[in-house]
Design a protein around this ligand. Structure first.
Ligand code: PHE
Length: 469
């Protein structure tokens, strides 16, 4: 009995670490703060938290349930139900591809900043912003870091996720947490920082448009690794004794805590330094070094550790993205693991080169008005993930048996899940409608309408040709 319990706990810890490792990544520390800055602060956060609570949590639970019920990864799980649904899984695979078209670029930046922390970046605080601009626009340096980052991903996924990475994650993820708290405290003590707190926690609704909702929804999906089958895959590895609702709640809480902490770590300092909140993707790479620069001799060390932790957080996420594509090629296309990993990585590398160069020498080359970096970003998090989540909700609510879902979420009636009916109503009616409204309003107010329509057409084409995939 004793032993059985311990084993259960052990696997539960492993699962939570894997799922939280996938969820907590660049989305929380790099993307969430800059989106908050661009979308007006507090009001965006309120909407984001609403998306997490009413949509994200339920979708995560649904993905776990679908995965564990079918015992298959995304495409297989849908396909086992009906060929008609294969496209929903394939869309997830495509999302993983496109996210990996820019994620390793930013992962590479985080590695570069580990080194830069020691090579004089912090000694001229006024120049930190320019250093970042110069670095990402450079045609060679970011590509080298991106390549190194991608190779590390390939090595891990080719061999299966190693104990080394898990061990490193177990030390570095908590370090990241502690460091964020330290940075937040440091930031809050800089004179003038209270304006940053007001920006974060006093919503200004005048800045909210249809786009704000779409940005918040997309970010919720991105940050929780939802809408593309990643959590279906993780759910499929979960043993039958685990309680799905509490696991989903823990993962969602961890992810949200890290995002909010990243906001508190950055905005007070940002306002204290008189910087621009809507600075965009450079935020974490500019504000954080500025804070560490104020710490004197110990600054570079702290800065380096911070970027190591950011790199590890990114790595545990991108590994799961690469694995989604590889699992598809192995399961459905009967490829061997290694060729699947190498082939996938080569295509991703090409996408990443385009994404990286689009921030510099190729900035004039645009499709639907945006460069490659933004193209991959917008296509996934503003269209594919949200629609993927909507399809999953429809699939779960309308095509799976209610008794089966109840059985899965209560472990065959063994555990209580008092909110089952609420969850079911959310999944079946409310979430599909909500996502539909947000997508519609978002598309009509967004600048990149051409790209949005292209994305939707791509989904329709996939749906038509799905049986061949
Ligand atoms: N959730 C990860 C992050 O926040 C990104 C991710 C998205 C990972 C989708 C897997 C699937 O960085």
């Amino acid at each position: 009995m004793e032993q059985g319990k311990r084993e259960n706990w052990g696997s539960r810890f492993g699962f939570i670490m894997a799922a939280a490792g996938s969820a907590v990544g660049l989305g929380n520390i790099w993307r969430f703060p800059y989106l908050t800055g661009q979308n007006g602060g507090g009001a965006f956060i309120v909407i984001y938290l609403g998306c997490i609570l009413f949509i994200g949590l339920s979708i995560m639970l649904a993905e776990f349930a679908v995965g564990r019920r079918s015992g298959l990864a995304a495409v297989g799980a849908y396909k086992s139900f009906s060929d008609r649904w294969t496209f929903a899984g394939v869309m997830g695979v495509l999302s993983a591809f496109f996210i990996m078209g820019f994620y390793p670029v930013v992962g590479g930046w985080s590695m570069a900043y580990i080194v830069k922390s020691f090579t004089g970046l912090l000694s001229v605080p006024e120049a930190i912003g320019d250093v970042f601009g110069g670095f990402i626009g450079n045609p060679v340096q970011p590509l080298i870091w991106m390549a190194i980052y991608l190779v590390i991903n390939v090595l891990i996924v080719a061999r299966g996720v190693s104990g080394g990475i898990e061990a490193a994650g177990k030390i570095l993820m908590p370090s990241l947490f502690v460091l964020l708290i330290l940075v937040a405290i440091k930031g809050l003590t800089i004179p003038g920082s209270s304006a940053g707190l007001a920006f974060l926690f006093k919503p200004d609704w005048s800045l909210v448009t249809g786009q704000t909702f779409l940005a918040a929804l997309g970010q919720a999906f991105f940050s929780l690794s939802l809408g593309m089958g990643c959590m279906i895959t993780y759910g499929s590895y979960l043993n039958k004794q685990e309680k799905l609702p509490s696991n989903a709640l823990i993962v969602v809480s961890m992810d949200t805590t890290v995002a909010l902490l990243a906001g508190v770590a950055m905005f007070p300092a940002l306002f204290a330094f008189g910087m621009e909140p809507a600075a965009g993707p450079g935020l974490v790479f500019v504000v954080i070094p500025q804070i560490f620069a104020q710490m004197g001799g110990i600054g570079p060390l702290f800065s380096a550790v911070f970027f190591v932790a950011l790199f590890i957080a990114a790595l545990t996420s991108s590994v799961s993205l690469l694995e989604v594509v590889v699992a598809y090629l192995m399961d459905q296309k009967k490829m061997q693991r290694k060729p699947a990993v190498y082939g996938t990585a080569v295509v991703m590398a090409v996408l990443c080169v385009l994404a990286s160069l689009s921030l510099g020498v190729m900035s004039g080359v645009t499709v639907f008005g945006v460069g490659a970096f933004d193209f991959f970003d917008i296509l996934t998090d503003k269209i594919f993930l949200a629609i993927g989540g909507m399809l999953l909700a429809i699939f779960t609510g309308w095509f799976m048996k209610k008794e089966d879902l109840k059985d899965e979420l209560t472990n065959g009636g063994v555990v209580q899940f008092g909110l089952f009916e609420v969850w079911y109503a959310l999944i079946k009616y409310i979430i599909p409608i909500l996502i539909g409204i947000v997508a519609f309003v978002g598309i009509t107010s967004i600048a990149q309408k051409g790209l949005m329509i292209f994305g939707l057409l791509l989904i329709v084409v996939l749906a038509i040709f799905s049986k061949k995939l």
